[in-house]
Write a protein that binds this ligand. Structure first.
Ligand code: NAP
Ligand code: ZN
Length: 341
């Protein structure tokens, strides 16, 4: 089969690889689509630990082609999405139910072969069924959506609240939609690209802000701002120092700021503890997708979350190689790798 493999840091190749053979508890999936995520670029540059040689791709969907003898809930022909994060079930974190914090966490497409390939193999425990009639590409959004659901759960958004979302990439645009579904009545998205702001408004943002047009603290929670007291909830989805620093400042007294964006290990930002203390701001980090993949699959299966407008390009393995090795083109939301293209 064809696959896009990380051979070593900085070295990606389209290769002819062995078609995987499912073990007793595995399912073999013929891949329909797999999203390219910023993490794939970090893996390429060695900024995120992985174990090459490894086929990348952790946002995959496809059709079950074969199952192992012990598989109980899947059969050939079913449409599925995979949760790439495999926890051990045995470590103290797993035993406390904090599976995303597992000390032996291993991910498909990072530590073992993933979905930038004609076929991917995964333990049955990682698979979730999707309706047969679903658009074959849409299941590729279950993984990023599952991460967003965890962030929105941590924020505890309730009906009638105001939410600020910082960053209009795929994560920000999914969070905007989840915030509306959770009952937020005012959802303000800040991102620099005008096309992304337009899309956010189409997907449910009640207002958008261009952070390059001025001081967004003033624009959003200044005296004449959109939310003069600040937001009940701020969700940071850009992963740059400015937005991490802005997140707690945009929250109202007693409000919550959740950081979803990833900054390089060792990076520092400046936060004012006095402000956190005297305004009782809850500042939280949200990491991957503990027990949220089934809900993500359901939100996409039912069309409650719109993903079609988030597809910027459909590309083959060769184009994917160039896309991962270079910075994301301006305005790109998600490029999907489609085997055979
Ligand atoms: P992305 O496509 O890079 O989106 C982030 C967007 O933020 C950029 O496209 C950029 O759009 C915008 N941005 C940059 N500087 C900004 C600023 N100063 N103010 C406002 N917006 C700004 O990435 P993504 O795929 O959506 O992911 C977002 C972040 O979440 C990344 O850091 C990713 O690694 C992380 N992530 C975390 C988890 C988790 O489990 N916590 C899971 C998946 C992804 P403009 O050009 O329009 O400004
Ligand atoms: Zn564990």
């Amino acid at each position: 089969m064809k696959a896009l493999r990380l051979e070593a840091t900085g070295r990606l190749a389209v290769v002819e690889a062995e078609k995987p053979v499912p073990g007793p508890n595995d399912i073999l999936v013929k891949v329909d689509a797999c999203g390219i995520c910023g993490t794939d670029r970090h893996l390429f540059h060695g900024e995120f630990p992985s174990t090459p040689p490894v086929i990348l791709g952790h946002e995959f969907t496809g059709i079950v082609e074969a199952i192992g003898s012990g598989v109980k809930n899947f059969r050939a022909g079913m449409r599925v999405t995979g949760d790439p994060n495999i926890s051990c079930g045995l470590c103290p974190e797993c035993q406390r139910g904090r599976v995303n914090l597992c000390r032996n966490l291993r991910a498909i497409g990072i530590h073992r072969d993933g979905g930038f390939a004609d076929y991917v193999c995964m333990p049955e425990t990682q698979a979730y069924a999707l309706p047969a009639g679903l658009d074959p590409l849409h299941g590729a959004f279950c993984e990023p959506l599952a991460c967003c659901i965890h962030g929105v759960d941590m924020a505890g958004i309730t009906t009638g609240q105001s939410v600020v979302v910082l960053g209009g990439g795929v994560i920000g645009l999914l969070v905007v939609q989840l915030a509306r579904l959770a009952g937020a009545t005012r959802v303000v998205l800040a991102t620099r690209n005008a096309e992304k702001r337009r899309l956010a408004e189409q997907l449910g943002a009640t207002a958008t802000v261009d952070p390059s047009a001025g001081d967004i603290i003033e624009l959003i929670c200044g005296r004449n701002g959109m939310l003069p007291d600040g937001a009940d909830v701020v969700i940071e989805c850009a992963g740059v120092p400015e937005t991490i620093e802005q997140a707690p400042r945009l929250a109202r007294k007693g409000g919550t700021a959740v950081i979803l964006g990833v900054m390089p290990q060792g990076a520092k930002v400046s936060i004012e503890p006095f402000d956190l203390l005297f305004r009782e701001i809850r500042l939280l980090g949200s990491f991957v997708n503990p027990f949220t993949h089934a809900r993500a699959a359901d939100l996409i299966a039912t069309g409650a979350i719109k993903v079609e407008p988030l597809i910027s390009r459909r590309i083959g393995f060769e184009e994917a190689l160039k896309t991962i090795a270079n910075p994301a083109p301006s305005g790109e939301i998600r490029a999907l790798v489609i085997p055979g293209l």
